[in-house]
Design a protein around this ligand. Structure first.
Ligand code: FES
Length: 121
């Protein structure tokens, strides 16, 4: 495979959904991406060289978690907090640890990191 140099996969023509350069270690990034044919808002979370992704949809009432596009509330211990009713989610499995949907989880989206870019898996 040829190296990627502009976020375009030469084999498929698909675009990367983000560059690792946009995502500082430990930070969150909201991106719009086509998933299963529909445009979706996704939350990306970087931990070292790994990136996890979830739909930006709270399992409590189906609302976005960010209070403005890409603006997420974080607790002192690093949980992401839904801006609507305050559910808090850990950023491993995306499980709600407190609030109205405790025990439920964000819906994960498989992604891979390749050549400094993040791709839908
Ligand atoms: S919609 Fe997220 S806590 Fe209610």
């Amino acid at each position: 495979m040829e190296p990627l140099n502009d976020g375009v996969d030469p084999a498929s023509g698909k675009l990367a959904i983000a560059s690792l350069d946009q995502l500082a270690d430990g930070s969150l990034l909201e991106v719009e991406a086509a998933v299963d044919g529909g445009a979706e808002s996704l939350i990306l979370y970087r931990e070292g060289d790994a990136v996890r992704a979830w739909y930006n949809v709270c399992p409590h009432a189906g609302r976005r978690l960010d209070w403005a596009p890409g603006q997420f509330l974080r607790s002192k211990d690093g949980l992401v907090v839904c801006a609507v009713h305050g559910a808090s989610f850990e950023l491993g499995a995306g499980e709600c640890l407190g609030g109205p949907c405790r025990g439920e989880s964000l819906r994960a989206v498989p992604v891979v990191v390749r050549d400094g870019d993040v791709w839908l898996a």
